[in-house]
Design a protein around this ligand. Structure first.
Ligand SMILES: N[C@@H](CCC(=O)N[C@@H](CS)C(=O)NCC(=O)O)C(=O)O
Length: 257
């Protein structure tokens, strides 16, 4: 169904009044909008994040490392409210110039190491602690296949579907169908393949949580966004609330996103 009132311009320009839930944070220009330093706690790692599907990956990784006995994986988790534009503070932008959560600082190195992109953080932590990443080259390659698939496909497709289905101020059949099909196809591909490989749970959705324990329900909820009958970000809200079983819930508990 096309919009008879809209003709795509030859050269796109920024229309601040485009509306939608993200109207106040959508902007085509990178860089900070305001001066504000990030807080720094007492632990080696400082995580700046929120309970979204991209945000929880690194939180889960830290919890997995701590559960596995890696005491040096202690971290402070700071809430970044992306709805309020916290991701555009000067402090946040100096850690992630792309203004997206999660962002991470490792203060155990001198000088401290900055990390952005959740996949980069997972690999950094896996290598730093020698955990969760298979050493066997074939298994390592398979873990990387799925990690890059996850980074390249899952958030973009899931987020794209959620955007047009739930958040867009006007609803259009074409983008909803397009993203719904891609989300369903790629999630099915993941479901099928994950049964035949043990490297996926070994890396991208850090190990044991996938198979058992509270993380199982958490991840099942995260991935239930493939159901077009349910609003994906309703599930995300549930995910934020469901973080009460995680240590970082104390910090993220204000995050009903
Ligand atoms: N590829 C990035 C994606 C991060 C991302 O898209 N984060 C979203 C929340 S899930 C965000 O910060 N959005 C804020 C905005 O778009 O302004 C990663 O995996 O770290």
């Amino acid at each position: 169904m096309s919009d008879p009132t809209y003709t795509p311009p030859k050269v796109w320009t920024w229309d601040k009044a485009s509306g939608g839930r993200f109207a106040n944070i959508n902007r085509p220009i990178a860089g900070p909008t305001h001066e504000k330093e990030l807080p720094v706690g007492k632990h080696p790692f400082q995580l700046y994040s929120l309970g979204t599907p991209n945000g929880v990956k690194v939180t889960i990784m830290f919890e997995e490392l701590l559960d596995a006995g890696f005491k040096d994986a202690e971290y402070d988790a700071w809430l970044i409210n992306i709805g309020e534009g916290d991701q555009f503070s000067s402090g946040f932008v100096s850690v992630n110039p792309n203004s997206k959560i999660p962002a991470l600082m490792d203060h155990s190195t001198n000088p401290p190491t900055r990390l952005f992109e959740s996949g980069s953080m997972l690999v950094y932590l896996a290598e730093k602690f020698g955990a969760f990443l298979p050493k066997d080259p074939r298994k390592h390659a398979e873990a990387m296949n799925w990690l890059f698939w996850q980074m390249g496909s899952a958030p973009f497709l899931g987020g794209g579907f959620g955007h047009f289905y739930a958040y867009a101020p006007e609803k259009y059949e074409y983008p909803i169908n397009r993203y719904a099909m891609e989300v369903k196809r790629s999630w099915t591909c993941w479901t099928v393949t994950s049964r035949t490989t043990n490297t996926w749970p070994a890396m991208n959705t850090p190990s044991q949580t996938w198979r058992s324990g509270p993380g199982m329900a958490l991840w099942r909820r995260a991935f239930s966004m493939m159901q077009p009958s349910s609003c994906p970000y309703t599930n995300t809200r549930t995910l934020s609330a469901g973080q009460t079983s995680w240590r970082s819930a104390r910090v993220f508990s204000g995050a009903v996103w």
